[in-house]
Design a protein around this ligand. Sequence first.
Ligand code: PFF
Length: 468
Amino acid sequence: MGERNQFASKFGTMAAIAGSAVGLGNIWRFPYVAGNNGGAAFLIIYAIICVLISMPVMLSEFVIGRRGRSNTYRSFMVASGKKGWGIVGAVEIFAGLAILAFYCVVAGWSLEYIFASAMGQLKAVEGVDLMEQIAQMGVRFDTFVGQGGEKILGIYRPIAWTIIFLGLNCIVLAFGVSKGIERCSKFMIPALFLLLLVLVIMSVRLDGFAAGAAFLLKPNWSAVTPQTIMDALGQSFFSLSLGMSAMTTYGSYIQKDQSLVSVSFIVVIATILMAILAGLAIFPSTFTYGVEVSSGPGLVFKTLPALFASLPGGPWVGVVVSPIFFVLLFFAAVTSSFSLLEAGTAYVTEEWGFKGKKINRPMALVILFVLVGTLSVFCALSQMEGSSLFIMETSLFDFLDKLTSNIILPLGGIAACILVGQRMEREVVFDELTSNGQFSAKLVKFFYFMAKYICPIVIFYMFIKGLE
Ligand code: PFF
């Protein structure tokens, strides 16, 4: 076990972990949810939930991973001293791979749009008004994913991009944890931040900047309901990649002398900041043109390309802004998918064997490429018109999303808190959280208390409410 993978530098560790957190969820969902749930009022509630509930869960997952120094399945067993806990870890790993399957489909769409914008296919059509341009972009997207319209782009295109995206992930991971994931994240996360800044600076010039910023940042406490708090918790769990083997696996790569509390705090702040910047990059243009604010694929692949193409300042603006946006979307997606694939890779290399020999990393990646790739293809197909890939009246794509986000994610979070708070010895947990006494135990006491008593109850309550 001596030469097991680990992150090489403190900055690289933070970039990789923030990379897992900052993803599609931050860019296309968070700003919309925040805007519609009271702007700054939501942000304040969200930040409090992140620090009081999500951070103790993240720390618990780091403790389990760093203690176990192994994949999530084994780390749960080592930390608890009980074999049965391994099942929790294994479920999280497979759930992570299921998330990866549908995540690859959406990330594949970002590749299509990088390509399309680079080829000038998303340029504004002269003499056509904006609403018509948005409608045309809508048809383009629907046709591309295989819903309605003539299948001019061919139904295999989204599948091809999905597979290319997964393939890119496998290639990066084949280089290893520090030379692959860490090296890429060290470049991509700062680049993502800079690209977001460029877009925000460009949107400051727009007439709708003040209205867009106000939508996101003006506090409106009357919009806050109990549902808002539930939404904030769900969003913060998904956004911080909790309950899903990603943080436990990355925790196992954090060096012994790095402070877990600082890592998790910086990651939480960076994730919130990036989501706010994404909102400031997106909303001013929707307000400038009086377009309805929305989220998800509709916003990113239908409305935004049309808005970018019509930005004032001449056609070059759209030609520059569109690819910037889709490249940053790709960076956000790929650094998140690394963590999901790595959780599976660590598991296969450390647990599976063939003829008494461990499976090496490249081989594990080939196995996962085939398994996840097959599920991804089914997810992409389930989006297409006339598809029969439905489970309980929802497409396979939406089913996997709901199953993982609404059920496995909260249960995984509760399990981590119970293991760290109730089963592991307090001293062992404190040794991890203070890096053997190197860091102050004051804050640690607070997070330990939250993980032990408060978080499991709050998350369980939200979980039950969410099922109703
Ligand atoms: N945090 C990512 C996002 O906000 O898009 C998604 C994600 C990645 C969820 C990794 C879970 C995970 F384990």
